[in-house]
Design a protein around this ligand. Structure first.
Ligand code: MLT
Length: 264
């Protein structure tokens, strides 16, 4: 489905009924990364997955991107769907957007799921690497970005033993336009440190991390779980950064049991 929000066309899926779960994907993927969550959770929840601005079937305008703007797009989509509040599930970049959403629209959040993400801002070296990656995307296209990103996103066992999953992630990355890739990189490089926000988070929060996650390792997840009051932490065995794709059943079960605590 498509919605017109904030001068762009935003693609999304909306399946099931019940407490809404809004899924925000990682960089540089799209809403199809959540297909196992749609299948596994839409019998009990209303599952909404979004192609963030710059990704998949949503528009990827050549202009300035920011995580606040992504949060505005999510808010506008909730308005469009007449959803008052939702469990916001963000994985990696989706988690950075969830922090931005919390800062701007706390009243629209019923609960948070922060998966394979971190609260800290980029380091100087990290920002420089974003610049280099944007130049790579500009010169060589999204295939070169897939080559760099795949070993970061998936565990080495998955890369060696699950060629169909590797291809699925590659297809998502290659489907992006360079404007969206560069836009995200600028938006992530400019994001603030969310560590001071953590102890002010007042909604129920579930943190999830793949035990083999390298870009946002378990130590980052533990920092969030220690600072956010009453946060729950689940470490998913045999999963890397894309824990929802590498261990969908365990990921879904964690969200299901967390979500059910909110409905009772
Ligand atoms: C992601 O998976 O969204 C990215 O690895 C996040 C990042 O580059 O910081």
């Amino acid at each position: 489905m498509l919605a017109q929000v904030n001068d762009i066309s935003l693609a999304f899926n909306d399946q099931g009924t019940g407490l809404p779960l809004v899924f925000l994907h990682a960089f540089p993927l799209n809403r199809t990364m959540w297909s196992e969550q749609e299948k596994g959770l839409s019998a009990q929840f209303r599952v909404i997955t979004i192609d963030l601005r710059g990704h998949g079937e949503s528009d990827a305008p050549l202009w300035h991107y920011s995580l606040d703007q992504a949060a505005d797009d999510v808010r506008s989509l909730l308005d469009h769907l007449a959803i008052r509040d939702a469990i916001v599930v963000g994985l990696s970049m989706g988690g950075y957007i969830a922090f931005a959403f919390y800062r701007k629209y706390v009243e629209r959040i019923r609960a948070l799921v922060l998966a394979d993400t971190r609260a800290q801002a980029d380091t100087e070296d990290g920002r420089r690497a974003r610049f280099d990656m944007a130049q790579l995307a500009y010169r060589q296209g999204s295939g070169a970005i897939a080559d760099v990103m795949l070993p970061k996103l998936l565990s080495s066992t998955t890369i060696q033993t699950r060629p169909e999953l590797v291809q699925q992630v590659r297809t998502m990355i290659e489907g992006n336009q360079v404007s969206g890739i560069a836009g995200d990189l600028m938006a992530m490089a400019a994001r603030p440190d969310s560590t001071p926000l953590l102890e002010r988070i007042r909604c129920p929060t579930q943190i999830i991390v793949g035990e083999l996650d390298v870009p946002t390792p378990p130590v980052d997840a533990r920092l969030m779980s220690e600072k956010i009051p009453n946060a729950r932490l689940a470490v998913i065995p045999k999963a890397g950064h894309l824990s929802n794709l590498e261990q969908p059943e365990l990921f879904n079960e964690t969200i299901r049991s967390f979500g059910l605590t909110l409905t009772t």
